[in-house]
Design a protein around this ligand. Sequence first.
Ligand code: KG4
Length: 340
Amino acid sequence: MSITILGIESSCDDTSASVLRDGVIHSNITATQTVHMAYGGVVPELASRAHQQNIIPVVDQALKEANVTADEIDAVAFTRGPGLLGSLMVGTSFAKGFALSKNIPLIEVNHLKAHILAHFIDDLKNTYDHPNFPFLALLVSGGNSQIIIVKDHMDMEVIGETIDDAAGEAFDKCAKVMGISYPGGPIIDKRSKEGNPLAFEFSKPKIQGLNYSFSGLKTSFLYFLRDRVKENPNFIEENMNDLCASIQYTIVDVLMNKVKRAVRETGIKEVAIAGGVSANSGLQNAMKEAAVKMGWKVYIPQLGYSLDNAAMVAITGYFKYLKKDFVEQDTAPFARMTIK
Ligand code: KG4
């Protein structure tokens, strides 16, 4: 019997809906909110209002594109957390209403696990090579930087994480001090391609074990720019590409050093990257290089599954459906959910 899942994602500033049948994505529609650009970060109240406006048209389009009616959906999976509470509330309420009206099961999804399970998605054109358990995942987004041992679809153990800022935050904050609008990560990535990664050197954090820290790097970048701009007010504009390439090189190097250590310590050589920062070309290249030099098997998300999306929620929902892992209508969103 075939199983059709509707996935709903609304944890931050993307409203997304996806239809997945038996592990294969049939549609993945995302409305990205642009209202936040003027503010240098996501404004929670504006995000929840935009989700309210977007959710019905986005789900409607996802059903149409998949050529599926609401009556053909077997279960609704939604992001329960972590994320912005007001934003999560919109997706959760919609999912509950949909499940209640169609009398179908409701499945809660942990957004962080979903980023990792995006590696198990197939589409109508391709069946992909999926990671084998146990594998390591580097989860890097605007809110998280974690190294995880993935033992099973649902059994995951965090072995390292940031003690302050996330890698995405480091990209965005460094971009902000150069006058780049939010989110600056993708723009740093683009400008890096024209710059010299060794033009400027920034001190790297010295943190024990497998944990990360990015707040010192951001501060040293800020002080470096402040001093240079004092000497030359046009310093940033004149060196933008080199600055982007150098800061990206440093962040990627910090990320990779701990992943290499995690591989050494665990002996696990299958490594997947996930989350918004996994779209970064510097990180992707560093992973591919490690695969060749160190014999790792690396997994890089397919285009469209790095950033927040409902396809990853739907695939997680599918695995939970197979285990009959459902929740009741009194389930509430949870802003601070962790991977455990
Ligand atoms: O996973 P995600 O879509 O959302 C949450 O964190 O919830 O990640 C967004 C983060 C932002 O910090 C953004 O700047 C960063 O991912 N990002 C990138 C790139 N694309 C997105 N950072 C560096 N290079 C990229 N190409």
